[in-house]
Design a protein around this ligand. Structure first.
Ligand code: BTN
Length: 246
């Protein structure tokens, strides 16, 4: 069960706030939710526009008391936890897009930003921040650099209640955390295969010195994306590259 759940009206960023709580010693499982964010943050320094009242903005603190192999891979696991939570709520047609997005068909539904507090080598705390477009209907306030959608748009009239979604998501996340600590990423191979939206598709990789187009073929045991191109299988690390279906 979560140690502490804070629900804010407006906040700068649930991740920023929880990172500060982590520095002050907040317990494993602490959760921060907000109705809206003034400075919501996305990956690669991007802003995550966070209009109040419409969507889910949630951060959870997970403590690892010993170095965990491939900690960065937990972000992949968090995406799977969200995919499973949505599945439980009757949503279909969604999947994970490496490294840490959940898309519905060709549109982004949710993003995940994991941030580490402390040393990777020692005990550390991971703040996993998840933003899910729930009721958003207009592109006005949302990031428009990528095609996006929301649960209300994919499931007209039947978008899940945000509290219910938050509950399911947290339950899935804590379950995934236990399994990840015991067995690592390997335990999630089947789930990744089930939800992998890129598998078998031609992808374009940017951020490398030379641009790469190839066929996505799953993830390695370390969580790297495998892309087959020119008779070789390239291993891509998250953070360095971005991948788009081609
Ligand atoms: C991305 O796709 O770039 C990641 C977006 C992550 C957004 C969430 S919303 C809750 C948490 N607080 C933040 O400031 N960011 C994450």
């Amino acid at each position: 069960a979560p140690a502490e759940i804070q629900v804010h009206d407006l906040i700068d960023s649930t991740n920023t706030h929880l990172l500060e709580l982590a520095r002050q010693g907040a317990a494993h499982g602490a959760v921060v939710l907000a109705e809206g964010q003034l400075r919501g943050r996305g990956r690669r320094g991007r802003a995550w526009c966070s209009p109040p009242g419409e969507n889910l903005y949630l951060s959870v603190l997970l403590r690892f008391d010993r170095p965990v192999a491939a900690l960065g891979a937990f972000t992949l696991v968090a995406g799977l936890a969200l995919a499973e939570a949505l599945n439980e709520l009757g949503i279909r047609g969604h999947g994970v897009k490496w490294p840490n997005d959940v898309w519905h068909q060709e549109r982004k539904l949710a993003g995940i930003l994991s941030e580490l507090q402390g040393e990777v080598q020692g005990p550390c705390a991971l703040v996993v921040g998840i933003g899910v477009n729930v009721h958003a209907r207009e592109s006005g306030a949302l990031p428009v650099d990528q095609p996006w959608t929301s649960l209300a748009l994919v499931q007209p009239g039947a978008a899940p209640d945000r509290n219910v979604l938050a509950g399911r998501l947290l339950a899935q996340l804590f379950r995934a955390y236990e399994l990840f600590c015991q067995s690592g990423l390997g335990a999630f191979e089947g789930l990744w295969e089930r939800y992998d939206l890129l598998r078998g598709r031609e992808v374009q990789v940017s951020g490398l010195r030379e641009s790469l187009v190839g066929i996505a073929c799953g993830v390695s045991p370390e969580g790297h994306l495998r892309v087959a191109a020119g008779g070789q299988v390239h291993h891509l690390h998250s953070g360095e590259v971005s991948v788009r279906p081609h």
